[in-house]
Design a protein around this ligand. Sequence first.
Ligand code: CA
Length: 650
Amino acid sequence: MKSVLLFLAAVCCAATADAGERRIASPDGRLEVVVSDEGGRASYSVTYDGEVFLAPSPLGLKTNVGDFTQALALGEQTVVEAVDETYSLKNIKKSTVHYTANRVRVPFVQDDKTVFDVEFSVGNNDVAFRYNLHRAGEARCCVVESEATGFRMADGTTTFLCPQSGAMGGFARTTPSYETPYTVDDAMGKNGYGEGYSFPCLFRNGDKGWVLVSETGVDSYYCASRLMGEEDGLYTIGFPQQSEFNGNGTAAPGVTLPGRTPWRTVTVGATLAPIMETTVPFDVVERRYEPSKDYSAEYGCGTWSWIIAGDGSMNYDVQRRYIDFCADMGYRTVLVDALWDTQVGYDRVGELAAYAASKGVGLYLWYNSNGYWNDAPQGPRGRMDNIIERRKEMRWMQSIGIKGIKVDFFGSDKQMAMQLYEEILADANDFGLLVIFHGCTLPRGWERMYPNYAASEAVLASENMNFSQGSCDAEAFNACMHPFIRNTVGSMDFGGSTLNRYYNAANRPGGSMRVTSDVFALATAVMFQSPVQHFAMAPNNLHDAPVWAVDFMKRVPTTWDDVKFIDGYPGRYVIMARRHGDTWYVVGVNAQEETLKTEVDLAALGLEGEVAMYEDNDRLEGSVRQAKVGRHGKVTVTIPQNGAVVITNK
Ligand code: CA
């Protein structure tokens, strides 16, 4: 009997050395990852309920201490660890998250040495994986020259992607800054403008469901990546462009040995609910430092003059008027945007901060990130790019009671840029400052990693509606993308929800005109998630906007306890719900020409009795009425194109 067992063991080992596979299932067993070493190459595939969502997709890395993409064999995997963690995070879509997953490390062997393992964390709708690079020889560091890492979509998959910009393009040579338009339901086999696509990337697997690919846990230990479109449904991890940051810094990241890469994430669902509700960007990362104070006490609403009134509004008098307006709205902060250093001056910004404090209002100050990496001329410049200048500036900000900073114009995903983001965050924490980034990369788990991180732009945000009528005309289309793509993986500083009809201080014809309804502005204040919101509200709205709309904007929360997908399709319409305490906000917007008429099941959210319904008529004139939730817990909503609905039990 013993010899039979020995014989079987020998056969198993031989099979492993030849070609083997490892299977990792989710806690509910519906999601399965299969890892293989067929042909000496590492690969993985993903199925959900037995349907293929990722066909066998490549793994492996090429480094300057070895080519770890070939001649690989599976090693002995670690024991599967059942992850069961509950954590609280007030700055994401859901204040308390219960994360369960099966976690395992699958090693790959080359020349009898384990060169890397792939660590998988497989939740019920999310696969997260990263490489742990081992020390196979004498080297204690390496450069990762490229990754084989890919995502091979099933046949018939269509794409919902925005292209990565070329380097050193756009305004003052500040790209890539994650500000390109989406294409919906497009065919595979393309590569954007030739430089791949920005994360996150959404795919529709025919009528089987949806796949969202992204990455998280990116910090100064690696670069941020993009997704390169290849042949036959394959998309691969691409490193930054060498010409980014005016060619400064390397595109290929350096890693200590042993060391690790960021996590790459694949979220799958039969519906869009797991896509909108995923918390995987936060589930698998860890806090990088302790907060110097309770930043969550400072989350909330604010306003800014630049979006409506432009550069000319950057003067003492207008900023003071916005401080008064902020106090009237019950908001917390005013964002003092670019050019304050020359048009207001450091001394008078101190006076503004003191005046604001006397009214219970705080200030955020805008900064240019550069530096020697682009031509963005707006000041203050040369304050955030150098540790000595930066800490001097932050000490001054702390002395006058500044609440946060907005740092703009980055334009690179290189490891050097990740280091700059991280150092700004770490320094700001020393001086009690919250941080917003603009003209920047996608945040990748930063809400949990950096406790004073507030939000990033990384989207065609409200400024574009000031710049062009085309962006106003596409406002509803874009709003129907973000809850499924950009905003589902991280806080989005959109700076919108204006009640002005026109993007100018007089609110009169001239420049671009908003084509969406006032209820739409209310709905996006809920839809677009960020713990700090500087809305595009203007002082004139106190007398030229409907009272019910202004009242809603005074009360809208910026932190959320729960999120639920109800209905929708990217680029067409979305109906979703967010909960703050025991108040639900059900919001819907419609980008389609035809009016959307549908039933919403409020009982499924536990809502009953009286609710307030904000809705639009067919001329996009909004109103609010009290409505009774019917016996079956359902209400009918009617949403015209560019209109919205908001239902709340408060
Ligand atoms: Ca921007």
